[in-house]
Design a protein around this ligand. Structure first.
Ligand SMILES: Cc1ncc(C[n+]2csc(CCOP(=O)(O)OP(=O)(O)O)c2C)c(N)n1
Length: 686
């Protein structure tokens, strides 16, 4: 490895006190003891990683990381991600020591109810935490999304002489993240995209929970990352702060490749008998070992006591304010020269939609209603994208290699190419990677990501969709080919349980629209939804257009509404979604001839409907009237809406390979069969 001059913050030197300065080793030991003491007090947690990565943290946080503890939202801060999120105490120690709003009382309350120090880092709970980590492999993938966001925003907003977007993304990760398949998806993409401002630190300690990794993890990780196109700095002593500092300098000097710094470390370093063992990973050290650790490290301070020299040296508030002050001044100059672009940058970072969004949305809805086309909802979704994407520049689309099936692309969409900017991402066949990169783009700010795959493959991306819901991120999943109705591809591709199972994810809004009009509304509300993701469940096959009056058009946003009322009031109510709404309307007509009045309720989004006032829900689904839920998918969830007064027509087995209409017929999704069930079901309940 070539020696390079360490890059240091000149401002730090200026701000440093004249009094005696704590040594870098003491700064690392402060992290070690904070982590070990907090885990000990909580009787739960992971001391090994913070103790093992303490020197890496010192090198990065005191010599490179550009951040401002007083403003964790500063748009051009460096991003820092702990992908090995079980080492949360490392992050809490750093945030506390550098001066974030995380007092020592919160570290004392590690892992306690409603503390700001939850078991794993959670964005929105602890100031300074950039993403929620814990599910291994997703943090590094979020970081890839953040680094991509930086590059794309920089190319969009920077101007000659003005670099208002110019920051790094740093990630800590361990063996666990690298064993997870998603790290392959994400890191391959990062190499292809040449994300030169992404720097990952691999905690190469040879230990995971089951013990020494030699029996289950023998990949040549440096070779693997070189093959992805990364700059790899191998065999760095992870306890040598200067060596790490130099490696970071080298990483920054390579502007065209992401860098992996392979840090050789000992898990639980400093604990005399636990260091280097799997026991250090996730157990409190115990009183004796903790005492022995204090002795071994020469740490004479009580638990949670930070000596003045250490506190002063760690405090980054002065330098952070100076860094941001400098950026503010540069941004002011930028705004003076480019007032409109400056205002646009502010809007984008604030996550506000463009001022004319409502007008564009209304235009789309009017067009969908006026055109009255019977098209597949995936096609209707593309029409929505065609309308919104030019008007909403923060939309960044993509697909996991199914662009022309998902119909996620729009005319003239600039494709993201290696090393270049763009607004449409071909993620390759990487559903999980795509979903977690989308989360990273959203977390960074300035973007509303949407990405497509077949609904059945949402299982692959599922945990990242769940994380988006947990993190309250505005991301949109375009999940097409939504049922057995897709036909010939057969049961591997035919979603059965997926729509309902996605509905079970808290804070995920699921929309299964029945025609172009509902699809337009679903896209609108998905884009407007600031604090949660949306899954759009769309058909491969054409669906009939349904005419609506003004009140019905407005009611769609409520998630469930009366789409068609029989003359003389309802004897039965059919609740249907997506491709089954047309069937319900056909059944309504059949039964009308027999004098049975059927109300058709379209229920594109159960979660949106569930948020409506009780009165409204009772008006749509009054008790005392038999209700029949109809969906070409798992039946279980629908009993909640039938409320013991009717039945559910669903599909609770895998599908069949045949032309779509034949499969629908095979499963009894024909007007005649449904009408028969409705008759029987109704009489048995009435
Ligand atoms: C997806 C996922 N699977 C399993 C776990 C449970 N888990 C937490 S840490 C860990 C082992 C991680 O090993 P390593 O990254 O080497 O961490 P270290 O022991 O060095 O701290 C496992 C299996 C998890 N958090 N996420």
């Amino acid at each position: 490895m070539n020696a390079v001059t360490p890059i240091r913050h000149d401002e730090r030197e200026l701000c440093a006190p004249i009094t005696e300065r704590a040594s870098p080793a003491r700064l690392a030991n402060a992290i070690r003891l904070l982590a070990a003491d907090a885990v000990e007090k909580a009787k739960s947690g992971h001391p090994g990683m913070p103790m093992g990565m303490a020197e890496i943290a010192v090198a990065l946080w005191t010599r490179h990381l550009r951040h401002n503890p007083r403003d964790p939202e500063w748009p051009d801060r460096d991003r820092f991600v702990i992908s090995n999120g079980h080492g949360s105490m490392l992050q809490y120690a750093l945030l506390h020591l550098t001066g974030y709003e995380l007092p020592i009382t919160e570290l004392r309350r590690f892992r306690q109810l409603h503390s700001k120090t939850p078991g794993h880092p959670e964005v929105g709970v602890t100031p300074g935490v950039e993403t929620t980590t814990g599910p291994l492999g997703q943090g590094i993938t979020n970081a890839v999304g953040m680094a991509l966001a930086e590059r794309l925003l920089a190319s969009e907003f920077n101007r000659p002489g003005h670099s208002i977007v110019d920051h790094y993304t740093y990630v800590f990760l361990g063996d666990g993240c690298l064993m997870e398949g998603i790290s392959h998806e994400a890191c391959a993409l990062a190499g292809t995209w040449r994300l030169g401002k992404l720097v990952a630190f691999y905690d190469d300690n040879g230990i995971s929970i089951d013990g020494k990794v030699g029996d289950w993890f023998t990949d040549d990780t440096p070779a693997r990352f070189r093959a992805y196109g990364w700059n790899v700095i191998d065999a760095v002593d992870g306890h040598d702060i200067d060596a790490i500092d130099r490696a970071i300098g080298l990483a920054k000097a390579d502007e065209s490749r992401p860098t992996l710094i392979v840090c050789k470390t000992a898990i639980g370093r400093g604990a005399p008998t636990r260091a280097g063992t799997a026991k250090a990973h996730g157990e409190p050290l115990g009183a004796d070992e903790l005492l022995a650790t204090r002795k071994a490290l020469g740490w004479t301070h009580a638990p949670f006591e930070i000596p003045d020299d250490v506190a002063r040296e760690w405090d980054a508030r002065g330098i952070g304010a100076a860094l941001q002050y400098d950026w503010d001044a540069r941004f002011d100059r930028y705004c003076a020269e480019y007032p409109e672009t400056g205002a646009e940058f502010v809007r984008r970072v604030a996550g506000e939609l463009p001022a004319d969004f409502e007008t564009v949305a209304a235009k789309l809805l009017d067009a969908a209603n006026a055109n009255a086309e019977s098209i597949a909802t995936r096609k209707a979704s593309q029409l929505a994208i065609e309308m919104f994407a030019p008007a909403v520049p923060e939309m960044i689309g993509g697909s996991a290699d199914l662009t022309h099936s998902n119909l996620t692309i729009w005319k003239d969409a600039p494709i993201v190419k290696p090393g270049a900017s763009g607004r449409y991402i071909s993620y390759g066949v990487r559903e999980f990677g795509m979903a977690a990169v989308m989360n990273g783009l959203a977390l960074h700010g300035g973007f509303i990501p949407f990405g497509g795959t077949f609904l059945t493959f949402s299982d692959y991306s599922r945990n990242a969709i769940r994380m988006a819901a947990l993190m309250k991120l505005r991301v949109i999943h375009v999940l097409t080919h939504d049922s057995v109705g897709l036909g010939e591809d057969g049961p591997t591709h035919q979603a059965v349980e997926h729509t309902s199972s996605l509905r079970l994810v808290p804070n995920l809004d699921v929309w299964r629209p029945c025609d172009a009009v509902e699809t337009a509304v679903a896209w609108k509300v998905a884009l407007e939804r600031r604090h949660g993701p949306t899954a759009l469940i769309l058909s491969r096959q054409n669906l009939p257009f349904v005419p609506r009056n003004e009140a019905q058009l407005v009611a769609i946003e409520r998630g469930g509404y009366v789409l068609s009322e029989p003359d003389g009031g309802p004897h039965r109510i059919i609740i249907a979604t997506g491709s089954e709404v047309g069937l319900a309307l056909a059944v309504q007509q059949l039964l009308a001839a027999e004098g049975i009045g059927v109300r058709v309720v379209s229920m594109p989004s159960t979660s949106a409907f569930d948020r409506q006032p009780q009165d409204y829900r009772d008006d749509v689904l009054p008790s005392g009237v038999p209700k029949i839920a109809l969906e070409a998918g798992a039946s279980a969830l629908w009993w909640k809406y039938v409320r013991g007064e009717g039945c559910v027509i669903g599909i609770d087995r895998f599908g069949e390979s045949a032309p779509g209409p034949q499969v629908f017929e095979f499963f009894g999704f024909t007007p005649e069969h449904i009408a028969e069930v409705v008759r029987r079901c109704s009489t048995s309940v009435a």
